[in-house]
Design a protein around this ligand. Structure first.
Ligand SMILES: Nc1ncnc2c1ncn2[C@@H]1O[C@H](COP(=O)(O)OP(=O)(O)OP(=O)(O)O)[C@@H](O)[C@H]1O
Length: 590
């Protein structure tokens, strides 16, 4: 519980002054409320005389109390929205500062729930501390004033309060547990729903709609079950509190009347006492509500706290000293020396002892069986993953002397699944370089042969990419266009494994050739045409570089390469096309 409350407190501490003002306003409003029965007694005691003053005082109390309560209400609710905003900002920033490995390990739907619904639970919790202090003090003051009026009746009241309080204390923690479990189910629901919606085509093609929705509905049901449990217990707590107070009011009335009859108590005091007894409902209700809100907030804070455990990318190192010498154009742009890396400490390395140079110009293709480490190699170059041993160099300088952003600024990356960021074609093209001009956009669209297509769209560049007007191949070309908008030092291209249309394939090849003439291109090649196009081919196997060379050299010397090419040939092109592209060589390899 300790650290959880600290998490909640950490969201509130920046707002301490507002909380203090809220508390003070609450105390004044309470004081006005508390004075009312005493002034009522004054009115009653003045019966027969002038009642102008006591009545004016009564009205003034009501007006002042209402004004102050209004101010406090607005203040605390504004504070609650600020607390939620702060929490959301910190969560969202954390997500984007996170390491790729740590953030991709978690279901994205669940991460979304954390930022949306969990933070909402902080709303009531944020002002609950003020409410708890206020209502406790109000309760205490009410009891003291009751004591001033009549000690015997106070005794009856206290007995009722203690019994009601004990029952509430016993039930409250179980309400909190049920609420926490309900929220956890909602988080799971978010995670599975998000995953299933992404795979909606597979779900439908597998005729798994019912099974899948049932699975997700199960989480919804579970959440509802816990929610109902919490609601039931809350209802019990409230009923006990209300009935308890009402019963005690009846008891007070009976005992009070009996005492008044005997001249032990004035009638006006009995009425004032009864007003206090009714007023006691206020603080008790407030206390119950606030304790419930605080518990929900503590549970939410605990879940938000888990976000703080997400590992973030380190801050960039202090500016590195200027290089002793200008990089030699003959030096590779990227170099890996003895690099070993693994994803988690308890798994085997995904790549081992990699020595690799990527020249400043030309096309390097990486090939290898599934799981050989091709994607891992890209992740290392993009610094999504850090080497466990060995060193990587960019422009002759070790990676560790650069910030993550500095390395990535020199590279451009096209993912295999060519993800499209939410927004229009223009938003996607401008994603890496928001300052690109209209001419640059036109040029890059022409380069990927999308210019005529965009012209045919009603909204042109402002067509939202959620629309089905843009095909899979076109999306790939948009992703490519984004990467080549400004000439990167290194273009990293993870080719789609799926067959692409002829136009996309031709556009890809042409772009690769163009870029390779001006800078470095590294591809994870899944098509024979790309492999044949490469100046150097790196064959990866089981996390190691197995062979390196030109297509002809590797065909002649490497068995695995021959098999890989054979597989690509079967998957892709007709033998005649191959013969045309590399006369002699392929035939000798088959
Ligand atoms: N996020 C991850 N967490 C743990 N292990 C991983 C992760 N990603 C990859 N691996 C493991 O690292 C090894 C290399 O995987 P990698 O994805 O680099 O291979 P690949 O050559 O790109 O394969 P493919 O062609 O199938 O995409 C594999 O054994 C894989 O199981």
């Amino acid at each position: 519980m300790g650290p959880r409350i600290r998490t909640l407190a950490s969201f509130l501490t920046p707002h301490t002054p507002t909380l203090v003002v809220g508390l003070l306003l609450g105390l004044v409003a309470n004081a006005a409320g508390l004075a009312t029965p005493l002034v009522t007694k004054w009115v009653l005691d003045s019966l027969g005389g002038s009642m102008a003053w006591p009545l004016t005082a009564l009205v003034a109390l009501v007006v002042v109390g209402a004004g102050i309560s209004l101010r406090q209400w607005i203040l605390l609710n504004t504070l609650a929205e600020r607390v939620i905003l702060d929490a959301r900002i910190s969560i969202i920033r954390r997500y984007f500062a996170a390491t790729v490995g740590d953030i991709t390990r978690r279901p994205s739907g669940e991460l979304v729930t954390r930022a949306t619904s969990d933070t909402g639970l902080l709303r009531e919790a944020s002002s609950s501390i003020v409410g708890i202090v206020n209502s406790s003090l109000a309760m205490l003051a009410t009891l003291v004033l009751m004591g001033v009026l009549d000690l015997v009746l106070l005794g009856c009241t206290l007995a009722a309060v203690v019994i009601v309080g004990a029952i509430m204390a016993a039930l409250m923690p179980t309400i909190a547990k049920a609420q926490e479990a309900a929220q956890e189910s909602v988080g799971r629901l978010g995670g599975t729903l998000d995953g299933a919606l992404r795979a909606i085509r597979t779900v439908k093609a597998s005729r798994a709609e019912d099974r899948q929705s049932e699975r997700i509905v199960a989480d919804a049901r579970e959440s509802a079950e816990y929610g109902i449990r919490a609601a039931r217990r809350t209802a019990v707590v409230w009923t006990i509190a209300w009935s308890g107070i009402q019963l005690s009011v009846i008891a007070i009335l009976g005992i009070g009347a009996w005492r008044a009859e005997r001249g032990l108590l004035e009638i006006s005091s009995l009425i004032a006492f009864l007003l206090y007894a009714f007023q006691l409902m206020g603080p008790i209700t407030e206390l119950t509500q606030n304790v419930t809100a605080l518990q929900a907030g503590i549970a939410a804070a605990a879940r938000i706290r888990q976000i703080e455990a997400i590992e973030v990318e380190p801050a960039p190192p202090p500016a590195a000293p200027a290089p002793v010498r200008e990089p030699d154009p003959a030096d590779p742009i990227l170099a890996l020396r003895g690099v070993t890396a693994r994803y988690t400490p308890d798994t085997k390395p995904a790549v081992r002892d990699i020595d690799l140079d990527i020249p400043r110009r030309g096309h390097t293709a990486v090939v290898g069986p599934s799981g050989a480490g091709k994607t891992t190699l890209f992740s290392l170059m993009l610094r999504f993953l850090e080497p466990e041993s060995g060193e990587m160099f960019l422009d002759g300088r070790p990676y560790r002397t650069y910030g993550h952003g500095d390395v990535r600024a020199r590279l451009a990356y096209v993912e295999q699944e060519t993800p499209i960021v939410p927004g229009t074609i223009r938003d996607n093209l401008l994603f890496t370089h928001p300052d690109a001009t209209e001419e640059e956009l036109r040029a890059v669209l022409a380069a990927v042969r999308l210019d005529t297509k965009v012209d045919t769209l009603d909204e042109g560049l402002d067509t939202p990419l959620t629309s089905s007007a843009v095909s899979g191949g076109e999306r790939q070309r948009i992703a490519l266009a984004r990467a080549i908008l400004r000439t990167p030092d290194v273009l990293l291209l993870d080719e789609a494994t799926a067959q692409v249309d002829g136009l996309t394939e031709a556009a890809l090849q042409e772009c690769i050739r163009d870029r390779a003439a001006a800078g470095a291109v590294v591809t994870i090649a899944h098509r024979l045409s790309t492999v044949l196009d490469a100046d150097t081919i790196v064959v990866l196997e089981d996390g190691r570089v197995r062979a390196q060379g030109t297509h002809a050299e590797l065909l002649a010397t490497d068995d695995l390469y021959r098999r890989l090419v054979e597989a690509l040939r079967i998957a892709g092109q007709a033998p005649e096309d191959l013969a045309e592209l590399v006369p002699g060589t392929v035939r000798s390899g088959t």
